[in-house]
Design a protein around this ligand. Structure first.
Ligand SMILES: *Cc1c(COP(=O)(O)O)cnc(C)c1O
Length: 308
């Protein structure tokens, strides 16, 4: 993760599927997943200016928060490692204390030097409270703190670099939504006539407000029908969709974010929500590292696995 390079640009790949020809809709996918195998997609964008700031201010350690399969945790561990910083991960779930080595994301994070601290779900819920932060500072010293999911002003500045000049030809930009930081950056950097559609990966009505805090215009909306039961939840229908999409297009999707977004986009196209000749750009925000962890869960549930 070289920080002093020019702005990273990723390729837009055309998606070829019969339904797109039938409905005369053009769909391309911006392969942000190819930025880095572990600091993938939007996590690179969100970390870039934070790492720069941490280094300039001479912090030695990044500290952040996440669940057991978090793309943000692994990305932070890897970005810290590549930039000569230490890292601490505050992980939700005390029960993981003795079995984290079975978790591919956490195992890899520790191999990259991240120190893990497991906390109860109750403590985790209060993680951004001043008291909890003071405790962490007492334990880990002077640390640069990134919020859960990595969303802050500098993260949004980084996400404003996802779209580039040549993307102005699209009518619609689609993105998956977790905390809303990524879509806020996209909204702020889109061309005037473009519209942004977000596909939340979780249930709940708080996202709109969170995005409004950072967004500088209102030409966007959320499609809330594609969370598949909530954050981290998957169904047989979603797994089959991801595997078929990969077989037909050679494009891999992750089950937490991009799989749900792409399912939603194609479902809307099927239902004639877009006029003929609409040009859609979907952002592949990455997250492919999480497939291995999801497969360990699917195996236990005797569901089919996601093809890597
Ligand atoms: C974290 C993540 C998101 C959500 O990004 P937010 O900025 O939190 O909305 C979307 N896609 C992938 C692959 C992610 O890892």
């Amino acid at each position: 993760m070289a920080l002093n390079t020019l702005k990273v640009q990723t390729e837009n790949q055309k998606v070829n599927l019969p339904i797109l020809e039938e409905k005369k809709v053009l769909l391309l996918i911006k392969r942000e997943d190819r930025i880095h195998p572990l600091i993938s997609g939007n996590k690179y964008r969100k970390l870039k200016y934070n790492i720069k700031k941490a280094k300039i201010a001479q912090y030695g350690t990044l500290l952040t928060f996440g669940g057991a399969f978090s793309n943000h945790i692994i990305a932070t561990a890897c970005a810290a490692h590549e930039n000569g910083l230490r890292s601490v991960g505050i992980i939700r779930g005390e029960e993981l204390t003795f079995k984290w080595k079975e978790n591919p994301t956490l195992l890899k994070a520790t191999e990259l030097g991240m120190q893990l601290k497991f906390v109860s779900r109750k403590d985790y819920r209060n993680k951004h409270s001043p008291e909890f932060i003071e405790k962490l500072k007492a334990e880990f010293g002077c640390v640069y703190i990134l919020p859960e999911g990595g969303t802050n002003d500098l993260a949004i500045k980084g996400c404003e670099e996802i779209l580039i000049d040549k993307d102005k030809s699209f009518n619609i930009i689609c993105s998956s939504v977790g905390t809303g930081g990524t879509i806020a950056g996209i909204i702020n950097s889109k061309a005037r006539e473009q519209r942004v559609i977000g596909f939340p990966a979780l249930k709940g009505d708080f996202l709109k407000e969170d995005i409004c805090k950072f967004a500088t215009n209102d030409q966007w909306n959320l499609q809330k029908d594609y969370h598949f039961g909530g954050y981290g939840k998957v169904t047989l229908e979603l797994i089959n969709f991801i595997n078929n999409f990969k077989k037909e297009t050679q494009i891999p999707l992750d089950p937490i974010y991009t799989g749900k977004m792409m399912f939603g986009i194609l479902d809307m196209i099927k239902k004639d929500k877009f006029a003929e000749r609409t040009k859609i750009l979907a952002i592949h925000t990455g997250g492919l590292q999480g497939i291995a962890g999801m497969n360990t869960i699917l195996k236990k549930k005797k569901l089919p696995l996601i093809n890597i």
